[in-house]
Design a binder for this molecule. Structure first.
Ligand SMILES: [Zn+2]
Ligand SMILES: [Zn+2]
Length: 439
């Protein structure tokens, strides 16, 4: 039997909400589900529904280093949401469907590698967990993640910032005007992965016109160059013109045409908070496009309230496209220069804010730039907050293909810091052996 066109996974997480009136609540998916049933989409021969499975803690630990451990920071809903995304990936990899769309919550793209709590409604990163699962179970190599949520996917960027095998492209409303305040054009990845993080900060007021100019002239050509084995879409829908949390002007047609162009293997729902006026239309549009069906009739009843794109916005978008086209064109040269300049180690120091719990984290990353392998990463983290207290950890991340010298040097570095006793927890995320160890 031929593979069906599209697999769908739903998980509305009835028992998980930040608070009953919070914009991230179960109604986000219930209205969509109603619309999909009403349109008869689940009875279509080309669409197959899948039940979510439950992710294991070991699936999470391939990506996250929880302080003190990831299991104590999450609920079962998080395991089902991540498991739903993994079930979508399984359906595609087994060849049962050509592509899949996981509509699950809680969302994930603001969750970083180190986790002290919840940021931007996210505690664990569903897409990153799926990527490492795909690599572990199916041997997938190069992956592209295209994040189309209105907020910068800062968690996904953080997790893959040093990974040249993962291309992360995010377009979003400019961080000067919206949470989380990052995602600028100079965030390009650390030296050996330079260029495989590509941010496209768009001005408020960007419409379908601007979005599709970006897709045609930047995103699609970069994807064609990178040649990923798998394309993942972090499908946030809060770029919609009616979304209450942001200021962009994308329509359901704009999103459906995006899905049609991108031809993502797996789409994963992220944000989208215009529960009744946008989400059902945008999701139905994406589903029809991914299933290869006609989406031209999916139009919001109040579409005439969506304004045209101002000329200044068009000019700003064109400038960003040219800037990032230039960067992409000379990325090999930039990579060589940045690696030579950094020497043996690359350092970065950041403050990370957890908006839900008022936690302030100070984090230092040190990347070993090894000429023989993808090296290792050392992370020092200290987090403070009233009602949270103080938590700290020192961790090493050993890359998948690490050379023998890097494997032992990473562990030695953690032992050495442990002797000084400054931190509460000492951890090694060993991607080479697929395990997380406490020292
Ligand atoms: Zn969002
Ligand atoms: Zn090495």
């Amino acid at each position: 039997m031929d593979a069906k066109k599209l697999g769908l996974v739903f998980f509305p997480a009835f028992d998980w909400a930040i608070s009953p009136v919070h914009p991230e609540r179960e109604e986000r998916l219930l209205y969509t589900r109603d619309q999909i049933v009403e349109e008869g989409l689940l009875d279509m021969p080309s669409i197959q529904e899948y039940k979510p499975s439950m992710a294991k803690i070991s699936d999470l630990e391939r990506v996250h280093i929880g302080v003190p451990d990831i299991g104590s920071l999450i609920t079962n809903a998080h395991l089902v949401s991540a498991g739903g995304v993994m079930a979508a990936a399984d359906a595609v990899m087994r060849g049962e469907v050509q592509r899949a769309f996981a509509l699950t919550r809680p969302p994930g793209h603001h969750a970083m590698r180190i986790v002290h709590g919840t940021r931007g409604f996210c505690t664990i990163n569903n897409e990153a967990i799926m990527v490492e699962y795909l690599r572990k179970v199916y041997g997938v190599g190069k992956v592209a993640i295209v994040d189309t949520d209105v907020h910068h996917g800062d968690g996904t960027q953080d997790i893959f910032y040093h990974d040249a095998e993962t291309l992360f492209i995010s377009f979003h409303q400019d961080g000067h005007t919206l949470y989380p305040g990052t995602g600028f054009t100079d965030e390009l990845g650390s030296p050996q992965a330079l260029g495989t993080t590509l941010n496209i900060p768009l001005p408020p007021g960007t419409t379908d016109e601007g979005l599709h100019t970006v897709l045609d002239h930047l995103v699609m050509p970069v994807l064609a160059d990178f040649k990923p084995d798998i394309i993942i879409n972090s499908a946030g829908q809060d770029n919609h013109y009616s979304d209450p949390l942001a200021n962009m002007k994308i329509t359901a047609q704009g999103y459906a045409r995006l899905a049609d162009k991108l031809q993502a293997d797996i789409a994963v729902l992220e944000g989208g908070y215009s529960i009744e006026t946008a989400l059902p239309y945008v999701n139905v549009g994406i589903i029809l496009a991914m299933a290869g069906m006609d989406y031209s009739k999916v139009i919001e009843p109040d579409i005439n309230t969506c304004p045209a794109q101002p000329a200044a916005v068009t000019r700003a978008i064109n400038n960003i496209i040219v800037e990032q086209q230039n960067m992409w064109g000379k990325r090999e040269k930039l990579r060589r220069e940045a690696t030579a300049k950094a020497g043996d180690f690359w350092h970065s120091r950041r403050n990370i804010f957890y908006d839900e719990q008022g936690i302030n984290e100070q984090q230092t990353e040190t990347v070993r730039l090894c000429p023989k392998c993808a090296g290792y990463l050392l992370i020092a983290t200290e987090a403070h907050g009233s009602g949270f207290g103080y938590k700290s950890a020192y961790a090493a991340v050993i890359s998948r293909g690490a050379c023998p010298h890097c494997r032992s040097a990473a562990v030695d570095a953690v032992h050495k810091v442990k002797k000084q006793g400054k931190y509460q927890h000492y951890l090694v995320q060993n991607k080479y052996e697929d395990k997380l160890e406490k020292l």
